[in-house]
Write a protein that binds this ligand. Sequence first.
Ligand SMILES: Nc1ncnc2c1ncn2[C@@H]1O[C@H](COP(=O)(O)OP(=O)(O)OP(=O)(O)O)[C@@H](O)[C@H]1O
Ligand SMILES: Nc1nc2c(c(=O)[nH]1)N[C@H]1C(S)=C(S)[C@@H](COP(=O)(O)O)O[C@H]1N2
Length: 177
Amino acid sequence: MGEAARIGIVTVSDRASAGVYADEGGPAIRDYFARALASPWQAVARLVPDDRRLIAETLVDLAEREGCCLIVTTGGTGPAPRDVTPEATEDVIAKPMPGFGELMRQVSLAKVPTAILSRQTAGIRGRTLIVNLPGRPRAIAECLDAVMPAIPYCIDLIEGPYLETDPAVVTAFRPKK
Ligand SMILES: Nc1ncnc2c1ncn2[C@@H]1O[C@H](COP(=O)(O)OP(=O)(O)OP(=O)(O)O)[C@@H](O)[C@H]1O
Ligand SMILES: Nc1nc2c(c(=O)[nH]1)N[C@H]1C(S)=C(S)[C@@H](COP(=O)(O)O)O[C@H]1N2
């Protein structure tokens, strides 16, 4: 087995970063991967306010310096003036991956009519896949359940580590060669 895959977890929240409430989003993402992944991995977690430049710098740091193959953000995807996570993501990616946002909004709509208010997106920077999730902690598993089957193959295609999942939680789909 190779080295542990590094996964960046970024909570974007003015209030959680100021200590107004405890961050539940970051731990929920960590718990999700702890359940879903069967191969070795390591979390690299960050908590930042809704600041476009700071979010973009954090994403670049996790991709370039920390060597994360995957970065998942939570929060800041809505229409409010301070919600800029999709813009910060677009600032640092070379390739948009619009299917992620499309699918997550679609499955979220079955849970909550305000799913269309999330502008969540995804994209590739070098050998890193970046995926945005909404801020409500319950949105995390709702969204990751939908896109997780395609994430390991996406990471294969960008020459990242081989991620294996626990089929009792989620089955990774890899088209046969
Ligand atoms: N990281 C988090 N930890 C715990 N609860 C959260 C977190 N982010 C959001 N929430 C909850 O989800 C609700 C909706 O999120 P909202 O979009 O208002 O926050 P945000 O934009 O992600 O964060 P903020 O407004 O603090 O920058 C919040 O009222 C809060 O109860
Ligand atoms: N699966 C899921 N998607 C969801 C939600 C949710 O509770 N579950 N909340 C919605 C709401 S109320 C908003 S405002 C937007 C944006 O949330 P954010 O600004 O916290 O990222 O995500 C939407 N998408």
